[in-house]
Design a protein around this ligand. Sequence first.
Ligand SMILES: O=C(CO)[C@H](O)[C@H](O)COP(=O)(O)O
Length: 207
Amino acid sequence: MKLQFAMDTLTTQAALELAAAAAPHVDILELGTPLIKSAGLSAVTAVKSAHPDKIVFADLKTMDAGELEAEIAFAAGADLVSVLGSAGDSTILGAVKAAKKHGKGIVVDLIGVADKPARAKEVVALGVEFVEMHAGLDEQAEEGFTFSTLLRDGEASGVPFSVAGGITASTIAAVQQSGARVAVAGGAIYGAPDVGVAAATLRAAIV
Ligand SMILES: O=C(CO)[C@H](O)[C@H](O)COP(=O)(O)O
């Protein structure tokens, strides 16, 4: 299982500092949605230039104009770009077209989708690399939130999936046991007193 670090920060400089500390321990460096909205796609270029050996994920969460948005992110240096599962199939197909042109991949984020396993099957048939079983930051803060639903949905989907939703060093082993291809961790790394140690701890918890 790969480890993806979601850098939910606001400036390119902060992202470069986080990436430098965590890179030895992670496989995928994610430019979070707030970072791309704040700093622009030049942040993707900066992170990819500093870490050409890492997979760089641009978390665009695209909802429309799939081909155009994916195209500009791939041109900026992204290896993977996210599109929302609640977007129409034409949006997802457009993004897949841009990915094929660049020899890169689309990840469909199933945040907010009620029947995640069903939509996962549909979008993988459209040509996406994998889906993300995702409970966002707001959903995580809701009363009654249970992380285990994401793992059950991933297993039920029968397609390649990642998991994101407040993963910590104590829950990442369960993510691996669910068969996830990628574990996405944001706050557990960027919110830790020592980013490098936190990333290394998550890595060590993957058996
Ligand atoms: O995409 C996101 C929010 O929409 C986050 O990057 C994702 O949820 C991972 O962060 P965390 O581990 O803090 O939940």
